[in-house]
Design a protein around this ligand. Structure first.
Ligand code: AVI
Length: 330
């Protein structure tokens, strides 16, 4: 533990059980076409591979969002206001959070929520002490499931939900509306949502970002099968599946797939799953929006657009929304 440590970081553990993984995994493979929820990417190895993706030259999202945050951090912090409680969804390494915490005026508490427990604990402990007397209240959970937030010791003036990385793009648009509505139930009128959203752009840039030349995204995608082998006793032969991501311009989304190289049967526990040669599992959608399109989506969920920041090439956007009073969206 480091010097200046402010008490123990106490983890609120709502980590999903292994049974959830097994049931949802098998159900997804029995669908036609086969599809798995992308939240299963993030075991410890998957989270580490995702961190590596974020450092790739081709994966412009992380560095562009970081630059937007850095270039506008004073203004962003003033939208958040003084003595806020910052709730971060899918906090990972909490690296962008430091930019905010360095600039926020007397933040009361930081609540990182992440599905990967080791990752979350490491990140929370690394922050703890550096921002004394900020309370750090980590929650290990699938933030898609209902959860209630812990009460900090001091009363915050405003709650700000921070959802960077364009993870909102991994929801189908209607699910994204439902999700943003649910986030709204944690909030009162005037609370904030600071959210990173990837923008629609030339397909060549997107193809490169999701089919990187070093094969890190391929390893990240295939890790899902490796995880099933380890945790569910499945017998996927990894080199019998190939990663491929492509951009569907009409739908404005990247589709990530694992394509079967041969006709084969795979066991997941006692379940036998058949694959035709060329048949694929969809493992992720990553929607890309226009600024207006995303503002409309958030408005439908009860959030009012206040300010949008972007980079000079219009690759990525960071939005600040306020929770509308209930009578305006109910
Ligand atoms: C976490 N999420 C926003 C990433 C994305 O870009 O959709 C996940 C990812 N998949 C492949 N590369 C990165």
């Amino acid at each position: 533990m480091k010097a200046g440590f402010y008490g123990e970081v106490v983890l609120n553990n709502l980590e999903p059980s292994a049974e959830n993984f097994e049931a949802e995994f098998i159900a997804g493979l029995k669908k036609d076409p086969k599809i798995l929820p992308c939240k299963f990417f993030y075991d410890e190895n998957g989270s580490r591979l995702f961190d590596q993706i974020c450092e790739l030259d081709e994966y412009y999202l992380t560095r562009t969002e970081t630059k937007i945050l850095r270039d506008n951090i004073g203004e962003i912090a003033s939208w958040c206001g003084r003595e806020c409680i910052l709730v971060e969804l899918g906090s990972g390494q909490s690296s962008k959070t430091r930019l905010l915490l360095d600039q926020l005026e007397s933040p009361v508490a930081y609540v990182p929520i992440d599905i990967s427990r080791p990752h979350l604990i490491r990140a929370a402990e690394a922050l703890n002490g550096d921002y004394y007397p900020l309370e750090i209240l980590p929650i290990c959970a699938d933030y898609n499931c209902p959860l209630s937030l812990p009460a900090p010791e001091r009363n915050p003036k405003r709650k700000v939900v921070f959802f960077p990385g364009s993870t909102i793009g991994n929801f189908e648009p209607l699910e994204a509306v439902e999700f943003l509505k649910r986030i709204g139930t944690w909030c009162v009128a005037g609370d904030g949502l600071l959210i990173g959203v990837d923008l629609q752009k030339h397909r060549q840039i997107l193809d490169g970002a999701y089919n990187d030349s070093r094969g890190v995204t391929a390893a990240f995608n295939l890790n899902l099968l490796r995880r099933a082998n380890r945790e569910l006793g499945a017998n996927f032969v990894l080199d019998q599946f190939r990663h491929r991501a492509f951009y569907d311009e009409g739908k404005g989304r990247i589709e990530m797939r694992l394509i079967s190289e041969s006709e084969q049967n795979v066991f997941v526990g006692k379940e036998k799953i058949g694959f035709r040669k060329g048949e694929f599992i969809t493992t992720e959608y990553s929607y890309k929006y226009t600024i207006e399109g995303f503002s409309d989506l958030a408005r439908a969920a009860g959030w009012q657009s206040e300010r949008v920041w972007s980079d000079e090439n219009r690759l990525f956007s960071v939005h600040y929304f306020s929770r509308k009073p209930e009578e305006l969206y109910g």
